[in-house]
Structure formats: C-alpha cells, structure tokens
Design a protein around this ligand. Structure first.
Ligand SMILES: [Zn+2]
Length: 295
C-alpha cells in the first residue's frame, strides 16, 4: 500500500560512489554510538571516508546519499553496492533503548519497503569485512515488524448492520376470515424472496381467526392468525388469499306460521238470481191459482 514519506532532511555527504553495480536488495542496520548529529558531522567530512544513505535520530531523519548511489557504510563494497544503509542514534549496548529512534526508523523502513517490496535486511556485523558488534542490541526485528504494521494496517472490522426486522406487525381486532384458495402459511422471517418458505398449505374454505397484520419489508401484507400472534411466531397468510366471511342473514326467532287458507266456495249460480227466479215462479204460480179460483 502507499506509505506516506516521512519528513527527511537532505544533508549531502561527499563520501559515496556514483551509481551502484548491484541492484538494491537489503537494508543494513547500524548504530552510531553517539548522537545523529555526530554522525552527520562525520559523514559530511570527506576525510572520514564514511557515509550512510540515512541517519535516524530521535527528532529527525537525515538523508546523506541518494539511494541510487553507493554509500560507504558496511565495511564491504559489494554489500554497500546492494544495500540502503541506516545509522541509528545511540549506543545500543547495555540495555540502551530509545523509542523515538525506533519509531522514526520504522517509518523510514516502511517507506523504503513500499518502494522495494522484496527488500530484506541485515546487520552491519553480518556483512562487515572488519570485526564489529554494530548495531549491538538495536531491536532490528521490532523495527521491521513495526514497519510491516505501517505497511499493512489492520483493517477496521466492518460494523455489522443492525438487523432489520423484516416485518412490521400491527394488532387488529380479531375476526374470522376464510381462505379463498388453497393458501400458504408463510414463515415471514425471510429477508429475500428466495428465502421465503411455506410452513403449510391451508385448504380453501378454512375459517381463520386473524389477530394482526404483518407488513413485510419486501412488500406484501399478511394476516397473522390468533395462534401465531399470541405465540410470537412470525407466520402469516397473504392478505389476498383471505376473504371476509360472508355475514349470514339474520335468523328470526319465531318465523310466522302461515295460517292455512280456506278457498272460498263459489256458488255456481248467484243466489240472488235463483231467488229472483223462484220468486218469479212462485208469483206466477200464485197468480195462476188466484185466476183459477176466481173463475
Ligand atoms: Zn555499523
């Protein structure tokens, strides 16, 4: 990853070989046995015939030789040719420790490693052709590991999104509805349609006492049965699969009994006509009798 270049001052040393006859493959760690300023002063002096690519103090980092040139630090020209060298302030013997130097070195090493990903490291005493204890107890592995941490900062753990309740349940007045088809009782805890699963199939025409509605976040309204709602079980039937139960017509407690009807008997001939006929016959008969008697 990209590493921020630490603040580095440039104080050139005359003590180097232009260019390199080997490619850079390692960082060499040194200790100064004194202050960084004492090393800078020495490396500026051509009479010393020594230098270092970098000098790390507890308040500053100094570059004295370009990385593309060969520093005179390792008491071994071949090693100088393939190494970037770093001098560290302090005499790292007898328990000496300087946190600021360690941290400055780690920042510098991380920046170098970000540009030379396969670079390794060594200690002056491992490559020197002269006897030396340099860099004594400088905690090289600690510096390297701190640089690794700078190169690979721990990823912040993604904070898990708070679980979203997939349904919003609303209590309603209980009422009996009826399935208008073979209807699924759905487990409403699904978060994607692919996860939706049927608990069971309720046959068409089944009376269901509903007690709550459940609106699912993916859409759709479901009725929860009295049983599911009371038990807190997230099951529901799609609202479109239930119909209101038809209200039966009111039943009269005493239906009126129709009295049996007597068909009226129609006389075949109106009485008044018969009476008039018989009255006329009687009258005629009396008249004839009277005539016959008066003769
Ligand atoms: Zn050294």
């Amino acid at each position: 990853m990209a590493v921020t270049k630490p603040t580095i001052q440039w104080v050139p040393s005359p003590n180097y070989t232009k260019g390199r006859n080997r490619s850079i493959r390692a960082i060499t760690f040194h200790h100064i046995v004194g202050s960084d300023d004492s090393a800078i002063s020495k490396f500026k002096n051509s009479a010393s015939q020594t230098s270092s690519t970098y000098v790390v103090g507890d308040t500053k980092i100094t570059q004295m030789v370009l990385e593309g040139n060969t520093p005179w630090t390792n008491s071994n020209f071949a090693s100088n040719s393939e190494c970037i060298t770093i001098e560290h302030e302090g005499d790292w013997r007898n328990g000496y420790r300087n946190e600021a130097v360690i941290n400055n070195s780690a920042k510098l090493v991380a920046w170098i490693r970000s540009r030379y990903p396969s670079i390794t490291y060594n200690r002056h005493r491992e490559v020197s052709l002269k006897g030396t204890v340099c860099p004594a107890d400088l905690p090289v592995e600690e510096i390297w590991n701190k640089a690794t941490a700078i190169l690979n900062p721990p990823r912040p753990k993604p904070t898990p999104a708070p679980p979203v309740d997939p349904v919003v349940v609303t209590d309603i007045t209980n009422r009996v509805m009826v399935t208008n088809k073979d209807a699924n009782l759905w487990d409403l805890t699904f978060n994607t349609w692919a996860e939706a699963k049927s608990v069971k199939v309720i046959p068409k025409g089944t009376d269901i006492e509903v007690s709550a509605t459940a609106k699912h976040k993916l859409g759709g309204t479901y009725f929860m049965t009295e049983y599911s709602f009371a038990k807190g079980i997230m099951n529901g039937i799609n609202a479109v699969d239930l119909s209101e139960k038809p209200v039966p017509p009111p039943v009269d407690p005493d239906p009126p009994v129709d009295p049996p009807t007597q068909p009226p008997v129609e006389p075949s001939v109106p009485i008044s006509v018969l009476e008039a006929f018989w009255a006329a016959v009687t009258k005629l008969w009396i008249e004839m009798l009277n005539k016959f008697r008066s003769k």
